[in-house]
Design a protein around this ligand. Structure first.
Ligand code: SF4
Length: 379
């Protein structure tokens, strides 16, 4: 039975954006001002709530995405929150909202909305290097983002940051780490993984070897850092490595049929899992018109489950870390994130070597001596 602890719905409220970041996978749609209207939000929530209750799920979250969600006015978010309280709260479901923004625009009403907890988590996209985050006129907008980050800090509103890892930003990853570590804010590094139009990423995608080299460097920087901020995906690999070193750690293997928990809702209401976003073959159906239970039973979801099982079967099933690492990232990898070996087999080219590396280093630097002893020496 489908029963994730807390499913998350990543909702594309609008594709409209004031920036034209050159690597953005929504690039072709960034001038489209269509937004999800409030009656559609109401329909979406009405189609989600009974399914969650029927499956014994009492908690969910929404991630407001774009485009740029802060182009939409504060009263829009207040109205959404009121609908959530009525429909989800009324059904006994706890909910929370997070948002992904370029933070170049932050009205007083938006700041208040963050203070009031209508949106309780904010991810700010900022590269600082690479010259790819530009506005329609081609101007870099980082100063506005930095000013607004300062306003958040002054108002004691916590936020995380996200930077894209590309050929252009790769040389500056150490600088970025130290910048965010000094500031004491969490940071996610996101290699380019989706394409908006043919040829968009030519010359800008890193090889797996280069990504691993950068991740190792970031792990070492983290080990020696002042504030030891949370850095994803390093943190995730470290958790798996620590699980592997701890004799009685809890094991979990991701099973998409039961654990499917990350859904993308497009501006037209179409629902996808993360791995298959915008691929019609895997569109579960429409959440504005159809209840979530029916979408979970759809032939497209069955195909998506088969796809995930096929990937996990050729990677995680043979992996010594399976259980310490849930395999979620492979199961939900977009086609652009997959690597094949010379025999045509899908391989876990980045996560597994990173867990091996961190595991070894944790023992070397003496963070796990007791565990090493308990395990009879050596890992
Ligand atoms: S193959 Fe990769 S994703 Fe799968 S369990 Fe191993 S390390 Fe994790």
């Amino acid at each position: 039975m489908w029963q994730p602890k807390s499913p998350q719905f990543v909702v594309k409220l609008t594709k409209h954006c004031n920036l034209r970041c050159k690597y953005c996978y929504e690039y072709p749609f960034l001038s489209d001002k269509t937004k999800i209207e409030l009656p559609q939000i109401e329909a979406m929530l009405t189609h989600i709530a009974p399914t969650l209750v029927a499956h014994g799920i009492r908690q969910t979250s929404f991630s407001w995405h774009g485009g740029e969600p802060l182009l939409l006015p504060p009263d829009y978010y207040q109205a959404i929150y009121a609908l959530q309280k009525k429909i989800l709260g009324g059904a006994g479901i706890e909910f929370s909202n997070v948002m992904q923004s370029n933070l170049t625009l932050l009205k007083a009403g938006h700041l208040q909305m963050l203070k009031d907890g209508l949106v309780s988590g904010l991810g700010v996209s900022l590269d600082l290097f690479g010259d790819e985050r530009v506005n329609v006129a081609g101007k870099i907008m980082d100063d506005m983002t930095l000013n607004n980050m300062q306003r958040l800090l002054d108002a004691d509103i916590s936020f995380g940051t996200i930077s894209v890892l590309s050929h252009k930003t790769a040389p500056f990853m150490a600088n970025l780490f130290h910048f965010f570590d000094e500031m004491g804010v969490s940071w996610r590094v996101l290699p380019i993984d989706l394409t908006g139009f043919e040829g968009q990423h030519i010359g800008n995608v890193l090889t797996a070897e280069k990504v691993i080299e950068i991740y190792k460097m970031l792990f070492e920087a983290w080990l020696n850092s002042k504030n030891a901020i949370s850095v994803e995906p390093i943190n995730e690999y470290m958790n798996a490595a620590m699980n592997a070193l701890m004799p009685n750690s809890a094991k979990h293997k991701f099973d998409k049929a039961q654990d499917d928990s990350l859904f993308i809702v497009n501006t037209n209401g179409d629902l996808y899992a993360e791995a298959d976003a915008y691929d019609d073959k895997y569109a579960y159906g429409n959440l504005f018109t159809t209840d979530l239970d029916s979408l979970l039973e759809s032939p497209a979801r069955k195909r998506a489950i088969e796809r995930a099982n096929m990937i996990v079967g050729s990677t995680c099933a043979q992996c010594p870390h399976h259980g310490d690492c849930s395999g979620f990232r492979m199961a939900e990898a977009t086609t652009e994130k997959l690597y094949w070996d010379k025999d045509g087999q899908i391989t876990c080219t980045i996560i597994r070597p990173m867990i091996d590396y961190i595991k070894e280093r944790l023992v070397e630097v003496g963070l796990m001596p007791l565990l090493e002893k308990t395990e009879g020496g050596g890992v």
